[in-house]
Write a protein that binds this ligand. Structure first.
Ligand SMILES: [Zn+2]
Length: 163
């Protein structure tokens, strides 16, 4: 399985200092040499954007989890990640991610495609007119739910996305 996010948002991946509520930190989606994407969190002292080959990153402050108010990562990070899944042919996660983005109305379903590469759904980002082909996959509902749960755990933000 390609999907191997570390559960993030708790401590700096470099110095292992636990974040306290209200502390600023950076979350980044970073592709490993083996093609897996991991989410890593960094305290501000250890985040060096130039050193990281990352798919997307966003600034956060550690949520006070007792308030229960948690949002998703910014739109550009979600779309970069979605594009990365498509480009790297991670069909199952790309499919589930497309469902999430359609539900959030970040993407719109257009026509279906049916060609030598297979069948699937064409989705469009109406703000930029970019479109992607999402191949059909046969995923069991409980597996969809589990991938969705991992996505939401690892792409959370406690701040409203600034679109
Ligand atoms: Zn650190």
């Amino acid at each position: 399985m390609q999907f191997d996010f570390r559960r993030g948002g708790k401590k700096c991946s470099q110095c292992e200092t636990a974040f306290s509520p209200g502390q600023a930190f950076v979350s980044a989606l970073i592709e490993q040499d083996d093609g897996r994407t991991v989410r890593l969190d960094f305290c501000c002292d250890h985040w060096r954007e130039s050193e990281q080959e990352c798919i997307g990153f966003w600034n956060q402050t550690m949520p006070d989890l007792t308030t229960g108010k948690v949002y998703w990562a910014p739109r550009d990070v979600l779309l970069s990640y979605f594009e990365h899944l498509i480009d790297s042919d991670q069909k199952e996660i790309a499919y589930v991610m497309s469902l999430v983005l359609l539900r959030k109305k970040m993407l719109t379903a257009k026509t279906r495609f049916d060609d030598e590469s297979g069948t699937g759904q064409i989705v469009v980002d109406r703000s930029t007119s970019r479109s992607w082909e999402v191949p059909d996959v046969d995923v069991a509902p409980d597996r969809i739910a589990r991938i969705q749960d991992e996505l939401s755990q690892n792409l959370f933000s406690n701040q409203l996305a600034e679109d």
